[in-house]
Design a protein around this ligand. Structure first.
Ligand code: ADP
Ligand code: MG
Length: 700
């Protein structure tokens, strides 16, 4: 009868199809189990009953005990309301309703003792409570101990009869219905090791706690539970994939790899680059498909790691491709990689959306025949027409720009059950604990070291009214032979506004710097024109590059030493950090100047302050997470929703995530199929929890 947890909510007494629909639409709650795991967002202390005499306007929710002395209907039309005069012997207060006046009046009897609950307001010289909750004292027994749960509800829910009070009622009913079936899900050894409250107790206590202590125990248990099952799901997927698909075994470290490494590399790889390469290498020779995420801050040298991996692949007789999110970045990769591998006699193909038909066809032919061994491209690589002879490795740069589904399409590039190895490069530093939650089925490598000799970028904040100091600074830097980026804010929903910003900026900079060569880059440009402008900047002909955020990803001009960000308050933290990463790539001291108006909101102020204080991408990501909350972090929205965390918080529960993950690893090492009788409940719960998520299979 465990299936009772999967029962659709419309069958719960008192809900019905209408409300069930609202619950699904607004809260994504479909089954009994979903509702059971819809936890209160806070609790109100209902142990105390106040006297009306003691009411103050700044009080939160309070309880009163007394009786309704009189009903009055006042006002006309939309202002019509029902007022109940409520007394407790120490004074009176008005209870006010704007809806369902007649039925309210019918429902409660004058003179009978009630407990009322609500937030008092002071208005027109007297106290009142709007839409209070009213209960008989006896009826309250059992349902609320001291702490009363509050659930998040939407407007639509309230108007469909799903107020907080009704949510409580529903959960109460649900708990009663499920009590006989609430078994333990965790095996005894985990309960014992992690010192967890039992599941049935935790579930009751989270909704209707007896005390703050037991509530704490319940929260801890349910957080653990949530994180544990996510880990279990992800690790199981990974195991299944390993059984189902093989990966090419790439055992040789051959001529190409060695030649580049020993003879042609313009610099010594950093310790972190070497370590990550070792991790990749051991994946690629394991015979199991690699699914690895490489995280490294901007400028940490991910491209080199990618290139070495591609050479390994070529050395073993396979083809390799690398996919980047924009044409500019793809072209840069093409140029950079071509230069590095030219001495090895390797050609790097380039495939863009804008590649003309004739050259495209030639490229496709040479890919399919296996003659072209290495290629970089944009999304164009994903088109079905693109077929490889033996694709052994696919690299995805800046993964968060690629949809999960598109990544999976890469797998289809080879026939049969052998999949190409997948390497994802990300410059969006996700805090490790979060990465573990989101990408539990990926292996993660971190390049946590910048190439030597980099001077940390100096970041300053400057108000618009002192813009002349920025101009002076630009002039002195250009005087030293440096180049400058200026970025203008992107205004959401309005590309035209973007352009206006940029065009006005261009005029202004032309007036201030008539002697300089200024180029602009923006999203609306034709590729060819964009390329020309970029090229003038890359070659050093132009001193200033003005752009909207299109330069955000990946461009590499080591001689550029200043990044001016106008309207910096309009950018998110991770965007600012990405932009700043465009400078500081050469030997010169680099600067980032954040320009804003005088009026700054609290959050914007905080973002600017964080940028000024630190260069550390991981630190910034943590802060970003704190400011914006989980689920809004760039690149995680989609996965965040899939995880739909209800109680755990990856920012705060880092240690618990690691612990849960370790226990899952131990569990699956001993019993991968969850066959042991102690583990059967885990398998069942897994099915109940993830029955709707069809997308899990392609999360990597
Ligand atoms: P990202 O991680 O942002 O993709 P890149 O791969 O573009 O970084 O590398 C940034 C710059 O650092 C490039 O100019 C690259 O040539 C240089 N670089 C990479 N690795 C090293 C190294 N080990 N020593 C010195 N410079 C390096
Ligand atoms: Mg890069």
């Amino acid at each position: 009868m465990a299936d009772i947890f999967k029962t659709p909510l419309k069958y719960l007494p008192g809900i019905g199809p209408k409300r069930a629909e609202v619950l699904e639409r607004d809260l994504d709650l479909v089954t009994y189990l979903d509702l059971l795991h819809y936890f209160p967002y806070k609790y109100v202390d209902r142990t105390h009953i106040y006297r009306i005499r003691d009411i103050r306007a700044d009080m939160p929710y309070i309880q009163l005990k007394g009786y309704i002395r009189d009903w009055q209907e006042v006002g006309q039309g939309r202002k019509r309301r029902l007022v109940g005069i409520f007394s407790d012997g120490t004074g009176s207060i008005e209870l006010i309703w704007f809806r369902s006046l007649a039925s309210i009046e019918r429902m409660y009897q004058l003179g009978r003792e009630y407990i009322i609950f609500g937030k008092p307001q002071f208005f027109n010289g007297s106290y009142s409570i709007v839409h209070p909750e009213i209960d008989d004292e006896e009826k309250l027994e059992g349902m609320t101990g001291g702490l009363m749960p509050l659930y998040n509800t939407s407007e639509r829910m309230k108007s469909s009869g799903l107020s907080n009070r009704q949510m409580r009622q529903m959960l109460y009913t649900l708990l009663r219905a499920l009590t006989p079936y609430l078994g333990e899900t965790m095996p005894p050894w985990i309960l014992h090791r992690a010192m967890l409250m039992s599941y049935p107790e935790a579930i009751v206590q989270i909704h209707f706690p007896d005390s703050t202590e037991r509530l704490e125990g319940a929260r801890r248990r349910l957080k653990f539970e949530e994180l544990f099952f996510i880990q279990l799901k992800l690790q199981r997927m990974r195991l299944e994939r390993r059984v189902a698909y093989q990966g090419y075994r790439m055992e040789r470290v051959g001529a190409l790899f060695n030649a580049l490494y020993k003879e042609h590399l313009p610099f010594e790889p950093t310790g972190a680059q070497k370590r990550v390469l070792r991790e990749i290498r051991s994946d690629m020779l394991s015979g199991i498909q690699m699914n690895r995420l490489v995280q490294g801050d901007v400028g940490s040298g991910k491209t080199l790691v990618a290139l070495m991996a591609m050479l390994l692949c070529l050395d073993n007789g396979y083809q390799a491709c690398m996919m980047a999110p924009t044409e500019i970045l793809t072209r840069q990769h093409h140029i950079g990689l071509s230069e590095l591998v030219a001495p090895l006699g390797i050609e790097v193909g380039l495939l863009l959306g804008s590649t003309p038909k004739r050259s495209r066809e030639r490229i496709l032919d040479r890919l399919a025949s296996g003659e072209l061994r290495m290629i970089v491209g944009t999304h164009a690589l994903l088109e079905p027409a693109v077929q490889f002879d033996r694709l052994g490795l696919a690299i995805i740069d800046e993964q968060h720009r690629f949809g999960v589904e598109q990544r999976a399409r890469l797998w289809g590039k080879n026939e049969g059950r052998i999949l190409p190895h997948i390497l994802i490069m990300s410059a969006t530093p996700i805090p490790r604990t979060l990465a573990m939650t989101l990408y539990g089925d990926l292996d993660i490598s971190i390049i946590d070291e910048l190439p030597p000799g980099r001077k940390p970028i100096q970041t300053v904040h400057c108000f618009e009214e002192r813009m002349y100091t920025v101009y002076n600074f630009i002039r002195s830097q250009v005087g030293e032979g440096r180049q400058i980026y200026v970025v203008f804010p992107m205004i959401e929903e309005s590309e035209r506004e973007d352009m206006r910003n940029l065009e006005q900026g261009l005029q202004r900079y032309r007036e201030v710097f008539p002697e300089y060569n200024i180029v602009i880059v923006h999203g609306k440009m034709k590729p060819k024109e964009k390329e020309e402008h970029m090229q003038r900047f890359v070659s050093g002909q132009a001193q200033l590059l003005l752009a909207t955020t299109v330069i955000e990803v990946g461009v590499n001009v080591p001689n550029a030493s200043v990044m001016v960000i106008e309207g910096a308050n309009r950018f998110g933290l991770s965007q600012l950090h990405q932009l700043r990463g465009r400078v500081g790539r050469g030997a010169a001291q680099s600067y980032c100047i954040l320009v804003t108006g005088n009026e700054l909101g609290e959050d914007a102020k905080r973002r600017v302050q964080i940028m000024v204080e630190t260069n550390d991408g991981f630190e910034i990501a943590e802060q970003d997470l704190r400011l914006r909350g989980f689920g809004e972090l760039e690149g995680t929205q989609q996965s965040g929703q899939q995880l739909s965390l209800r109680i755990a918080n990856p920012t705060r529960d880092g240690e618990m995530i690691s612990y849960a993950r370790a226990l899952v690893e131990e569990l699956l090492a001993a019993d991968p199929e969850l066959r042991h009788p102690d583990h059967e409940a885990l398998g069942r719960r897994l099915l109940e929890l993830f029955h709707r998520d069809t997308n899990w299979g392609v999360i990597s």
